[in-house]
Design a binder for this molecule. Sequence first.
Ligand code: UDP
Ligand code: MG
Length: 160
Amino acid sequence: ANIFKTGWTGTNERTFIAVKPDGVQRRLVGEIILRFERKGFKLVGMKLLQASEEQLRQHYRDLREKPFYGGLIKYMSSGPIVAMVWQGLDVVKAARKMLGETNPADSLPGTIRGDYCIEVSRNVIHGSDSVESAQREISLWFNHHELFCWEECNEHWIYA
Ligand code: UDP
Ligand code: MG
């Protein structure tokens, strides 16, 4: 079975999260991982990588007509990013809430973008916007050897 395309619903839902180059430079990686861990989500894939422009053009293909697209590709390829896959119930939607709005100025305190950044073009973190986007993005950034199904001892304290 193609693990990227099938079966990831309920507590097995997965999302793609990336700490962007500014987040890595500003030493926010630990803080961001901490928030997802404390929430109860499960880390199933993670790596530090330098994104190629080709990968970024794929990743942001829906935005290619936007005026900020060129700057976005340059920003995202300006240094290493931390790519992660997090798993859990409704994790796609929950992660978007944890991130805040696209523009940090519209993001509430308590959200990652609300707490750690100011400008939309330096908003420190990416999160998939739908289950379909998550599947596409996970398969773009990870191969199946880099994703792990592991049994967590805490499961019964996180899910009833
Ligand atoms: N972005 C930008 N200027 C804008 C809108 C977006 O630089 O006016 C950047 C920003 O880094 C954002 C990314 O483009 O995170 C992708 O935009 P999208 O609308 O998908 O926002 P997201 O899903 O990241 O919240
Ligand atoms: Mg988006």
